[in-house]
Design a protein. Structure first.
Length: 205
């Protein structure tokens, strides 16, 4: 967020939510106790600020640590990768069709972005001074706790979003009616995803 956006949110909170702004576990902002009759006006103001993206619960509603941009412990950047994923999946109809997919990303093994429990986890690693990204699948903390499984070699920064695209296309092709990504993964296992993830990534190492 920019300083202008933050100041505008503070002013809005003073007007509609008793001066309170909360942050959620999924790194979203929450204005509490907003009167129902002003919701539309609040939404319009948020939209004007560029803060009204209707992607809650979708693949682009991801968790990411600050990465190299703000953390001295990180091995790789995360915010630029998150931006690439946002641009790769910018069709809301497509996102809604995919349904509930949790992406979590960390810039190092400290795992502040909880990558190990993401339906799709992304871990930044350093390879001889270059930023690479390890992909895991099948992590979860909701109802059925599991750690994600590494699907194979890490990929270059520019290959992260296309790799995820190929992974979700396997889900779209193999899912059954009403089945979420994590449920399809548990039913068919990692192999179909792994086979397609690297089809167009010869640079993987």
């Amino acid at each position: 967020m920019t300083s202008d956006q933050m100041e505008a949110i503070a002013d809005l909170a003073d007007r509609v939510s008793f001066g309170l702004v909360r942050t959620t576990h999924n790194q979203n902002l929450l204005l509490a106790d907003v009167r129902q009759d002003v919701l539309y006006d609040v939404w319009q103001q948020l939209k004007a600020l560029g803060l009204a993206m209707p992607n809650i619960g979708t693949l682009t509603d991801m968790i990411a640590c600050p990465g190299l941009d703000f953390c001295s412990l990180a091995n790789a950047g995360t915010l630029n990768v998150a931006d690439q994923i946002q641009k790769q999946f910018d069709d809301l109809d497509y996102l809604y069709d995919l349904g509930d997919i949790e992406i979590k990303m960390s810039g190092c093994m400290n795992g502040c972005g909880h990558h190990s429990v993401g339906h799709i986890g992304i871990l930044g690693v350093d390879k001889h001074g270059e930023e690479w990204y390890q992909i895991t699948l099948g992590g979860s903390v909701n109802g059925f706790t599991a750690l994600g499984e590494v699907i194979g070699p890490s990929v270059r920064q520019t290959d992260v979003a296309p790799t995820i695209q190929r992974i979700v296309e396997v889900y779209r092709a193999r899912r059954e009616d009403g089945e979420r990504f994590i449920e399809t993964y548990r039913r068919i296992g990692v192999k179909p995803f792994k086979e397609q993830a690297y089809v167009q990534s010869p640079a993987a190492a």
